[in-house]
Write a protein that binds this ligand. Structure first.
Ligand code: PAF
Length: 283
């Protein structure tokens, strides 16, 4: 398995692949890889000759220092998992912070036509500037043909599509369905930090989203939001940060339902100090 720690070596390797007309898929990760990542990588392997997987905990997208410090870092087991998927067709890029940022660890400020002001953008100051900074830099270094992002971070996926459009980056961004554990919990690297009682309680999030979807068929967005808020008020373990029903294209909170429009429900929940997000298409 080729594991590159610096962009100069990786670039030379990618130059060679490009000169051989090999197609490149890309999966950006912050490590602590799980089956959700594996599903993106497998799709990438089906559609490309080689898949580059970046493993980098990006400091500029964290609004909370403790979350950054505690974020799981498991490069050795990540590389083992990737080797089990494909030793030959996967390349790992696991840079240091210095390789990406030099000595200036700051993000660029981006406008994503308002997408950045909703939900995660409202609750995590500067988060999408950090995401845009790292993803743009990784696209420039890796120069992939196709890049795969999970719909669990639906807002991030929309923002990355917008970034690519605005900067004319020659990559096709492919959104992939949320990969869930058998009990419905959306796969996330943060799940590995959940204490047993919180892990046991966490499927309540998806269960509630599913019922909210059912209720949205005959109730207003306000009524459904009130119902969800009440459900979490009765839950002693999980703490609701937000539940929002939004237009799937603009991500603006829905005020009045219009039949032809497509809507999605978004949720952020604290399980102890671990923040979990999820979403579901409503129609
Ligand atoms: O979704 C993530 O894991 C991160 O936001 C990403 C896209 C790897 C950028 O650091």
């Amino acid at each position: 398995m080729n594991v590159f720690k610096n962009k100069i070596d990786l670039n030379l390797y990618i130059d060679t692949l490009k000169s051989q007309n090999r197609t490149l898929g890309f999966v950006a990760t912050m490590g602590a890889l799980h089956q959700g990542h594996a599903s993106l990588i497998n799709l990438g392997l089906n559609q490309n000759d080689v898949v580059v997987v970046s493993v980098f905990v990006n400091p500029t997208q964290f609004d909370n220092e403790e979350d950054l410090v505690k974020y799981p870092r498991t490069l050795e087991s990540d590389v083992n998992l990737l080797a089990m998927i494909s030793e030959e067709k996967i390349i790992v890029y696991a840079p240091s912070v210095e390789d990406i940022y030099g000595t200036n660890i700051v993000s660029t400020s981006f406008s994503y036509d308002g997408l950045e002001h909703e939900m995660e953008g409202r609750f995590r100051a500067g988060h999408f500037d950090g995401v845009g900074t790292i993803v743009k830099r990784l696209f420039e270094i890796i120069r992939p043909d196709k890049a795969y992002f999970g719909e669990k971070d639906f807002q991030q996926l929309m923002i990355i599509k917008k970034l690519v459009e605005k900067y004319n980056i020659p990559v096709e961004v492919i959104g992939c369905e949320i990969y869930r554990a058998k009990d419905g919990l959306a796969m996330s690297s943060r799940n590995s930090r959940l204490k047993p009682a919180y892990r046991k309680a966490a499927p309540f999030i998806f269960k509630t989203l599913n019922t909210a979807k059912e209720k949205f068929g005959t109730n207003s967005a306000t009524k459904v939001s009130e119902w969800v808020t009440n459900q979490f008020a009765k839950n002693d373990i999980l703490e609701l940060e937000y539940f929002i029903i939004a237009n799937s294209s603009t991500l603006k909170t829905v005020k009045r339902k219009i039949n032809q429009k497509s809507y999605r429900a978004f949720i952020a929940v604290y399980a102890d100090d671990i923040r979990l997000i999820d979403n579901i298409a409503l129609n």
